[in-house]
Ligand binder design. Structure first.
Ligand code: URA
Length: 244
């Protein structure tokens, strides 16, 4: 919401009166005097008029988790343990998942209560790359590299997948880079190439790689730098942490 609206709403004032208070230097956003009426303020920022708190800052949560196999990427589930069950935080009920993994997939999962950040992460147009290491039951055919780059038509969604990079690491192991996350996307793409996926591990999102020392089931808060790193487009694959 724009700063003038926050002030006007709180005091039931007209916009002009709110502008006058802001221009007089009486309004602070996160303890800094702010003179711009049109400054965008989100719910994680504190707004003050003189000594009065007009809007208290909500606690923003940005977490990474090393998802183990068998846990579902959901906030609640009647049958299975969820990624949120693994987190020990008083505000965990507010979390949502920024990019799910299938139940038997492992690796990096991000959780947050900031919808604007997660939207930026997941928008295909934002070109945030996600790297996965995939194991298959059958040898991966060389032609799969071109097929992944070209894209596959998914009749269910009526879309063609965005160009994806496939790097064959061994007869039945490959690294995949995607810019989107359709339902069971990697399994379906390999299925079109005659390969059943038997293991799938997400190594990184943007320039944020799953840390070597974060064991399956462990989680921690992201640093400010890591929050930005996750949004970085066009990154090379990470080194290390190839398997879950
Ligand atoms: N694609 C899949 O098929 N499964 C995942 O968990 C992630 C991407």
């Amino acid at each position: 919401m724009k700063l003038d609206r926050v002030i006007a709403k709180h005091r039931s004032l007209g916009r002009n009166e709110a502008h006058r208070l802001i221009a007089a230097g009486r309004v602070q956003v996160d303890a800094v005097v702010t003179m711009g009426n049109q400054v965008e303020v989100d719910r994680f920022q504190q707004v003050q008029l003189d000594d009065e708190v007009v809007q208290a800052a909500e606690r923003a949560l940005y977490l990474m988790l090393h998802k183990p196999a068998g846990v579902v990427s959901a906030t609640v589930d009647a049958e299975h343990r969820t990624v949120v069950d693994l987190i020990d935080d008083p505000d965990k009920a507010l979390l949502h998942i920024a990019g799910r993994l299938d139940r038997w997939s492992t690796g990096l999962v991000l959780l947050t209560n900031d919808g604007r950040w997660s939207k930026r992460l997941m928008e295909a147009g934002a070109k945030v790359p996600k790297h996965y290491v995939v194991g298959t039951a059958q040898p991966i055919p060389a032609e799969a590299v071109a097929a992944f780059a070209e894209g596959f038509y998914f009749a269910k969604e009526g879309i063609t997948t965005l160009p994806a990079e496939l790097e064959i690491l061994a007869e039945s192991q490959a690294r995949v880079m995607l810019h989107e996350g359709r339902h069971h996307q990697i399994k379906r793409m390999f299925g079109r190439c005659g390969c059943e996926v038997i293991s799938l591990h997400r190594q990184s999102i943007g320039a944020l790689a799953l840390p070597e020392n974060l064991q399956p089931g462990q989680w921690r808060a992201l640093s400010e730098m890591e929050k930005v790193a996750a949004l970085t487009p066009a990154c090379p694959p990470p080194s290390g942490h190839a398997a879950g």
